[in-house]
Design a protein around this ligand. Structure first.
Ligand SMILES: [Mn+2]
Length: 456
């Protein structure tokens, strides 16, 4: 069912090169002193039920520095004879385990195919780390990812406490390296953008597939299956966050997750879904009438949200504060709601964060960073000031309006009862202005009306 769609997709990009990973490692190491050590742990596996695990996804920082995605792994880096070396503890080859659980690259594979100077067996982690920590001064390690390693770090500090007075060595502080790595991850390289573009293309076509199927006699779960089916068909690992498929009243619940209601003829269905490709996320929301024709009230609200989204995208230029898109979106939304009589305040009053009427219908932010994490890392207010947008940063633009008639906190106007609309694209800050990574996903009223229900 996806053959034609897939034929339009285009080629998968080359994976991120070993050289790029090594240059990321060196950039990070250049901020350290020679007696520092870095430790990065993989995520723990989590249980779905009894002895069944959730699909495994490692820590994004480990992916960013090594591309290594296996469980039970710990990277560490030290400077020896004037050069920083990257080490990795991995699960060793084990035929019996591999028969049951799947192939392992092992020590040899890790050294050969990943940006790793030396691989070690995870079975030796304790003795090796204790020895390494005894010579360290500052330890860069994030607490709370792998408790067994936290204990080891803390005990090595305690243990060296006395010896340090005699020898002058041993760890004296533990620092979280996350902020250093986050600063690097905030600016995407060309190779990263290529991965994100592919995730965005797959996600765009998946949304189109759901639109073509349409909502007549469909259920939310069926639309979800089309979207997520295409994610896998196209070769991505699947969703980058659980899909939201809400029709009618459900479209007015921001993080609706049941996805199991039948779509009513003429309702709006809101779909917020994106694929993950080689660890990189896409995040798209589209909202469309189940029968392919916007009613007049739906059309009014949709056009206001679309205008606000385009105004916000236009603010995605180098030099602007990251808050500029949000402010632009809010202004257009408020103006639109004043025009159709929903907001009775002046524009200035409507935008007030405490007493403004806009927040009754638009209660979330317009943007978040996107990258290896769908809500990607990066401080929004360094030193209390809004981050200035720079080429290579990627963020979402996702204004919306939500008229839940079920809400006791507002008096929902009958005309717009249970209409929920959000339009979300992923935007790269380009040298010359915004680059919409998810541009292949249609969003004008004319485009949507010509596609919905028009199966190919
Ligand atoms: Mn989002």
């Amino acid at each position: 069912m996806f053959e034609k769609m897939f034929a339009n997709l285009g080629k998968m990009p080359e994976p991120i090169s070993i050289e790029e990973y090594i240059s990321r490692q060196n950039e990070l190491y250049s901020t350290f002193q020679s007696s520092d050590v870095l430790i990065l742990c993989s995520s723990l596996e989590t249980i779905h039920s009894n002895d069944v695990h959730h699909p495994y996804r490692t820590q994004s920082n480990l992916l960013y520095l090594t591309g290594w995605a296996e469980p039970e792994s710990i990277m560490f880096a030290t400077k020896a004879s004037g050069t920083w070396k990257t080490h990795l503890f991995v699960q060793p080859k084990d035929t019996l385990k591999e028969i049951w659980e799947g192939r392992r690259p092992g020590l040899e594979g890790a050294e050969k195919n990943w940006p790793i100077d030396q691989a070690h067996s995870i079975d030796d982690v304790e003795s090796t780390l204790i020895e390494m920590l005894s010579k360290a001064n500052r330890v860069f390690h994030r607490m709370g990812v792998m408790p067994s390693i936290d204990e080891l770090v803390v005990s090595s500090i305690k243990k060296r406490d006395r010896a340090r007075q005699r020898l002058g060595t041993g760890p004296i502080s533990v620092e979280d390296p996350s902020n250093k790595i986050a600063e690097m991850r905030l600016i995407k390289s060309d190779a990263e953008i290529a991965q994100m573009k592919f995730a965005s293309d797959v996600s765009s076509l998946a949304h189109i597939a759901a639109m073509r199927h349409g909502g007549n006699n469909a259920t939310e779960n069926q639309l979800q299956s089309i979207i997520e089916g295409f994610f896998r068909y196209a070769g991505t690992s699947g969703w980058s966050y659980p899909s939201i498929v809400g029709s009618g009243e459900n479209a007015t619940i921001l993080h609706y997750k049941e996805n199991n209601s039948p779509c009513e003829n003429g309702d709006i269905v809101l779909i917020d879904a994106g694929a993950e490709f080689r660890g990189y996320a896409a995040d798209i929301t589209r909202s469309w009438p189940t029968n392919g024709i916007f009613t007049e009230p739906q059309r009014e609200l949709y056009q206001i949200v679309l205008d606000s989204q385009i105004a916000a995208i236009n603010e995605c230029v180098p030099g602007n504060p990251y808050t500029a898109p949000h402010e632009a979106a809010r202004k257009v939304l408020a103006e639109g709601l004043i025009k159709i009589g929903i907001i009775t305040q002046t524009l200035e009053e409507a935008l007030d964060s405490k007493s403004g009427q806009l927040k009754d219908w638009y209660m979330h932010n317009t943007s978040h960073w996107i990258g290896l994490d769908v809500h990607d890392v990066g401080v929004y207010l360094p030193n209390g000031e809004p981050r200035v947008l720079q080429p290579g940063m990627c963020l979402t633009i996702e204004p919306g309006l939500y008229f839940g008639a079920w809400r006791p906190d507002v008096d929902c106007p009958q005309r717009y009862s249970n209409i929920g609309i959000r339009i979300e694209d992923d935007v790269l800050i380009g040298e010359n202005g915004p680059v919409v990574l998810t541009e292949r996903c249609p969003k004008t009223i004319t485009e949507i009306e010509s596609i919905v229900g028009n199966a190919i």
